[in-house]
Design a protein around this ligand. Structure first.
Ligand code: DGL
Length: 260
C-alpha cells in the first residue's frame, strides 16, 4: 500500500507518528510544503491549489493509493474538491476533535486552538453547529497566527512561543477549560508547553490515532494485509529543520528537496 501524506511543514509528522504504531506493510510518502507555509494565513483558493498540486505529484511520482491530508487547514479548504478530482483514491482529512473533546470534558468548557483559516472555514462552522449545539457546552476558540512559524523555526520551548501561548490560553485558564482541542497538526509539538501554562491537568485532543484507525479500516477493506515493514520517505518543497524531524521521528531525518 502506497500512502501519500502532506502538510504545510512538520505538523503532519504528528499524524505519521500515530500511523507508525498501526500501519504495516506500506510505504509512506510525506510532503512538507514549507515553500508555502504557513497555510493558515493563506486564502482558500491558494491552499486548494497547493493541495491539488501535491496530490498530483504524489500520484504521478509515487503512485499512491491513499492520501492523508494531515493538515486541518488544507482539509477545510480542499477536501471536497480533492474527493471530486480523485474519486478512485482513498482520501482522509483532519478535523478538529470537537466530538472527543465533548466526551472528555467535565467542566463543559472546551478550548479550541487552530489556524485563522481553519476557524473561519465553513467546515469548522458546520462541525461546531452539529456537535456543540448542546447549550451546556462552551467553546473558547482561539486562532494562533504565528505559532506554526515558531514551530517550523524549532522554537518549541522558547520564551517567545511561551509568551504567545500564555496570552492565548489566559481566557481558557480563567474559565475553567479542562479540555483543549489541538486543531492544527503542528500543535501537538507544543503540547508540553500548553500543559505547563495551563497549570492544572487538562486533556489535549489530537486526531492522529483516529486518522490512522480510519486509514487502516479503509485500506483493509480494499485488501491491504497490514503485515511487513513500514517505509517512510520525506520530501520538502523548501527549507526544513531536520533536527526537529529527528525528535519527532527518530532515524528519519533524511529529507529530499522537490519542486512542485
Ligand atoms: N498543520 C497545519 C494544520 O493542521 C498547519 C497550517 C499552517 O501551515 O498554518 O492546520
Amino acid at each position: 500500500m502506497k500512502i501519500g501524506v502532506f502538510d504545510s511543514g512538520l505538523g503532519g509528522l504528528t499524524v505519521v507518528v500515530a500511523m507508525t504504531e498501526m500501519i504495516k506493510g506500506a510505504e509512506i510518502f510525506y510532503v512538507a510544503d514549507t515553500k508555502h507555509a504557513p497555510y493558515g494565513e493563506k486564502t482558500k483558493e491558494e491552499i486548494l491549489q497547493f493541495s491539488l498540486d501535491i496530490t498530483q505529484y504524489l500520484i504521478d511520482h509515487h503512485h499512491i493509493e491513499a492520501l492523508i491530508v494531515a493538515c486541518n487547514t488544507a482539509t477545510s479548504a480542499a477536501i471536497k474538491e480533492l474527493r471530486e478530482a480523485y474519486p478512485g483514491l482513498i482520501i482522509i482529512g483532519t478535523e478538529p476533535g470537537i466530538k472527543p473533546a465533548i466526551q472528555a470534558t467535565k467542566t463543559k468548557n472546551i478550548g479550541v486552538l487552530a489556524t485563522p483559516a481553519t476557524l473561519k472555514g465553513d467546515k469548522y462552522q458546520q462541525l461546531v453547529t452539529t456537535l456543540a449545539s448542546d447549550g451546556d457546552i462552551k467553546l473558547y476558540e482561539q486562532a494562533c497566527p504565528g505559532l506554526v512559524e515558531q514551530i517550523e523555526k524549532g522554537e518549541i520551548q522558547s520564551s517567545r512561543t511561551r509568551e504567545m501561548l500564555a496570552a492565548w490560553l489566559e481566557p481558557m485558564l480563567s474559565n475553567n477549560v479542562d479540555t483543549i482541542v489541538l486543531g492544527c497538526t503542528h500543535y501537538p509539538l507544543v503540547a508540553d508547553l500548553i500543559q505547563e501554562i495551563m497549570v492544572y491537568d487538562i486533556v489535549l485532543i489530537h486526531t492522529g490515532y483516529a486518522i490512522s484507525r480510519h486509514l487502516l479500516a479503509q485500506t483493509q477493506n480494499k485488501g491491504h494485509l497490514n503485515e511487513g515493514p513500514l517505509k517512510i520517505h520525506l520530501y520538502t518543497t523548501g527549507e526544513i529543520q531536520t533536527g526537529i524531524i529527528d525528535q519527532i521521528l527518530p532515524g528519519h531525518e533524511s529529507v529530499k528537496s522537490i519542486k512542485i
